[in-house]
Design a protein around this ligand. Sequence first.
Ligand SMILES: [Zn+2]
Length: 515
Amino acid sequence: MRIFLTTSWLSLFFIFCHTLEAQQVRGYCGTQSSPVADAQLDANIAYLAAHPDVLNTRGITYVPVRFTIVRSASGNGGVNPKSVFRMFCKLNEDYLDQDIQFYMKDDFKYLNNDLANTDPQSSSGGSILKNVKDKTALNIFFVEEIKSSSPGSVLGFFSPENDYLVVRNSEANYESQTTSHEMGHFFSLRHTFYGWECEPWNVNDHGQIVTFTIAPCFSAQVELVNGSNCSTAADKVCDTPPDYNFGFGWPNDCRPFNVDVYDKNNDLIRPSQNNFMSYFFGCTGWHFSQGQKNLIRTDLNSSKRSYLKSTYTPPSTTVSGEVNYQYPINNQEALRNAPIVLQWENVPGATFYIVEYSRRKSFDSNFTVTEMVRTNQVTIPANYFPSGAATGYWRVIPMNEAVTCNVPANGSEQSFTLVNALGTKSIDGLQHFVVKPNVLRSGNSIQVEVSAGKSMDCMVQITDINGRVVYHYGQYKMNLGMNKIVLDEINLSTGIYIVSIKNKSGINSQKLIVL
Ligand SMILES: [Zn+2]
């Protein structure tokens, strides 16, 4: 019985979700078997045989990756950047022992196109992606859906013809193997069960002793346990044992495959269940075999991949997840109807931050905005928080292009109280506050003189008469006694402004006129 009546091109990688009695197809790999992919694999095998020194690479190879977030034509949807970085963290962990370090090249690219977002394997959808791909990086596109004529969902695929990966948004997480598996295809690897994708082994059709020599799909040879045809059969990798697609329908807890199936020599077959290119699900200890790693290294060093060569080194190999939050914190007041500037201290080694601000302490995604920024502040638009919201929450995750594994620590969220008008309570211990000059022309500087009765941290900013922040100096450490703070180049249009110093005990303001 053929299980799939698909075109014979399609390699199917089904992952099963078990309910009490029924099996439900959840998803599969959509990477297609093709002459281009076959040629890439054969070229790598031949090169490796002739140039074994290709494996002598020393040090870490940095591979630039360009992420494109595909959205609907209206710009709605799109994967959450934070999810992409969780996936990227996992990908780098999975390739760490091969001294391969993927890093994010440039910022996210966005593509708003319905066809690309839902049917990227169609020829029109594929050419849209091909046209926007970054030719100097390994491209990963995140899409909402990957349409297929087969039952179940395609979770991702590598296109040998267009040379990019497409990953379904749902697979952007730390738990899924999808991207590491598809990356294996990118580096020319086949499924370990190659030849059985369209028709997994079953005792009725193939028998307990498999005596035929050609597998059901792609005219692939049936691989034997004794290794006699391992370099030409199935995945053409000799240290991955035969697998006749035994993962198909096997329980998703990766329990040992204990069905006795024999090859034509009467040798018992035991597949490698936790190989990244296998078909099993829910395993631990996922790995590539040494033979697969050799092909990955050969592919990466091949002239076909010269466009990935890079002189990049990460700004830091570690980035602390701890953040020194500045404003607003500890329930400081923030005006609901004015933009709210969130500010924190730069974290050493970080080159960007994932910032989340939310109406919920739980950071429920329905009430949370996630932004990636390259500065140490973010502005929440005025009136983002509805009139019913009393408290806003925010948190920051520091990262750099190669270090994306940080997650927010429990209790690291900051909170602020949303008010319609700021309290007029003066800052405790502030004795004298003058702005010099308080009438100036745009582009000039002013000096703020403050006399403090004790040292304290304050925020200094200028707002217009509508409460909008127009100049943000940031945090200032006030010392006991007289403090002089210079605000340079006040480029403001003619009007009346308010210079404010505030901290959690209160706020002091002075008028400023720009001529
Ligand atoms: Zn696959």
